[in-house]
Design a protein around this ligand. Structure first.
Ligand SMILES: Nc1ncnc2c1ncn2[C@@H]1O[C@H](COP(=O)(O)OP(=O)(O)O)[C@@H](O)[C@H]1O
Ligand SMILES: [Mg+2]
Length: 246
């Protein structure tokens, strides 16, 4: 059997070793090592300012000063420029949703395919995505910026899904969203996983996140201080209170 690429089932989809990131002289992410297996939902947790967003931004090539190793499907990519992630099948939904004003929901979704080589049946792709996001389906011709905060977040996620990423990084998707939509969103993560997408989630909504996570890592002051299965961490109130209270 070949040991290259994804034919070797022992290679995690994402493998991070000794990741460091700095803002000027401030060493915000320190020697992080973690992995995400294909098909998993893995959550990064920790207090405000712990370094979660910086970790995702460094992986996406958006923090200039970064060191360490990051392999996707066994191939090193950390030093590559940011735009190469998209073509590898890594998508990123940052905290700020960046819905383009003046465009409809459908047009915002179509932006998700821009830059992808080859011809695409945009209508079919949008229809397929909209099936997974019923709330958007009813609003395809409405202006994206007129949606509620939660709906805009769903649109940002749906737009990332248009390119059919293998791995999606989501930064605090439930932040500032009303509880009903938060539950809908976590249900959606389960469906995305069932459809074969691997998720790396940053969440402060610890309980909901752990319930759907295969595994989680807790970050404190830029370092991983604890890891375990979602189930084990869900039962560990002490760890949650120590490291995850907002
Ligand atoms: N653009 C920036 N420039 C300088 N410092 C930053 C910047 N963004 C975040 N920081 C600092 O880096 C640390 C980690 O922040 P962040 O990664 O956003 O944490 P989290 O996402 O866990 O809340 C914090 O101390 C924060 O103040
Ligand atoms: Mg953050």
């Amino acid at each position: 059997m070949s040991t290259w690429g994804n034919t070797d089932m022992t290679v995690p989809l994402l493998q991070i070793d000794g990741l460091n990131a700095w803002y000027d002289r401030s060493h915000v992410v320190q020697d992080l090592s973690f992995h995400v297996n294909a098909g998993e939902i893995v959550t990064l947790m920790g207090r405000n300012g712990a370094g979660k967003t910086t970790t995702l931004r460094a992986l996406m090539g958006l923090v200039a000063k970064r060191r360490g190793q990051a392999r996707f499907d066994g191939r090193e990519f950390l030093a590559e420029p940011a735009h190469t992630r998209f073509h590898k099948g890594i998508a990123y939904v940052p905290e700020e949703r960046r819905i383009v004003p003046g465009l409809t929901v459908r047009e915002n979704l179509q932006l998700g395919i821009l830059g992808q080589p080859g011809k695409h049946d945009l209508t079919a792709i949008v229809d397929q995505i909209a099936d997974t996001f019923p709330r958007l389906k009813e609003r395809l011709d409405q202006e994206g910026a007129s949606l509620s905060g939660g709906e805009q977040q769903m649109l940002a996620i749906a737009r990332a899904m248009v390119a059919k990423p293998r791995l999606i990084l989501l930064d605090e998707p439930s932040e500032g969203i009303m509880p009903l939509l938060v539950h809908e969103m976590f249900g959606l993560f389960g469906r995305m996983k069932a459809e074969g997408t691997t998720l790396l989630l940053v969440e402060q909504n610890v309980e909901l996140a752990l319930r759907i996570s295969d595994r989680a890592y807790i970050i404190d002051q830029g370092r991983i201080v604890h890891t375990g299965t979602g189930e084990a961490l869900l039962a560990d109130r002490e760890i949650q209170e120590r490291y995850c209270a907002v």
